[in-house]
Design a protein around this ligand. Structure first.
Ligand code: ADP
Ligand code: MG
Length: 250
């Protein structure tokens, strides 16, 4: 079963059809890149999935269950995590404390009588930090981290909620080329290890075509192509949508 199944999703703002009848699915362990020129409808699509926006039409299913129109907090509780384009960590806290806070809020969402002791959360936090390659920085304040390390901390924080689906809005924005590749490799290995479905937007085409398992292309709110990276890159409709931008040329 797909982790995420979107069907017939539509959203207009006044006269603007931001998203028109868009359908796609993402399976566990898969990285699906959503690309398209500025204004194509990518952010709107993300916001329809995470509950920031309510669709005019269509359905969003998470592991077969409808989450269409639920509020963001409810969707997060059901296992939809996100990392933010602008990094959202508590700067004054240490790296480990940031993950502990995330673990605590995950534990609180469960109606368990066995509330975990903070001591246990240290071990869990360190396990997540090790997965994200950040354990050696656990005691540093988040404020002093390099940009790439902040992104890896964000990933650890998102994983603390044990998401089934991870939405990443331009995860590598502002990163140098080598850092981008490292973050995407890390994301792919974490997605595979924990059977998480990943949907990400990205404007760097090298990153998309190197790291995505599949690519979906939007233009003018509509899906114009979907498939394996090489096939999408060669698609005449995709090349036309990106005409003049040189984005697709290696
Ligand atoms: P992308 O993320 O692919 O650049 P968006 O989803 O942000 O595209 O935007 C798709 C279209 O919808 C654009 O024409 C944009 O101007 C419009 N749009 C997005 N959000 C709003 C909004 N809150 N109000 C009015 N128009 C919007
Ligand atoms: Mg956008």
């Amino acid at each position: 079963m797909s982790v995420l199944q979107v069907s017939g999703l539509s959203k207009s703002f006044g006269g603007v059809h931001a998203v028109r009848n868009v359908s796609f699915a993402v399976v566990a362990g898969e990285l699906l890149a959503m690309i398209g020129p500025n204004g194509a409808g990518k952010s709107t699509c993300f916001n329809l999935i995470n509950g920031q926006l309510t669709p005019d039409a269509g359905r969003v299913l998470l592991e077969g269950r409808s989450i269409t129109g639920l509020p963001p907090r409810a969707i997060w509780r059901l296992g939809v995590g996100r990392t933010f384009q602008v990094t959202a960590t508590f700067a004054s806290m240490t790296v480990r404390e940031n993950v502990q806070v995330a673990l605590l809020s995950h534990a609180r969402r469960l109606p368990s009588p066995f509330a975990q002791a903070p001591r246990l959360q240290v071990a869990q936090a360190d396990a997540l930090l090790a997965q994200a390659g950040m354990l050696d920085q656990a005691d540093r304040p988040a404020a002093v981290l390099a940009y790439g390390d902040l992104k890896r901390l964000e990933l650890a924080i998102a994983l603390a909620n044990r998401p089934r689906l991870l939405l990443m809005d331009e995860p590598t924005a502002g990163m140098a080329c080598g850092e981008r590749a490292a973050l995407m490799r890390l994301t792919a290995s974490l997605a595979r290890a924990s059977a998480i479905a990943v949907l990400f937007t990205e404007h760097d085409m090298d990153t998309v075509f190197t790291h995505a398992d599949r690519v979906i292309v939007l233009a003018g709110g509509e899906r114009i192509a979907e498939g394996a990276p090489a096939k999408v890159r060669a698609d005449p409709r995709v090349r036309e949508a990106y005409l003049g931008t040189e984005a697709l040329d290696a």
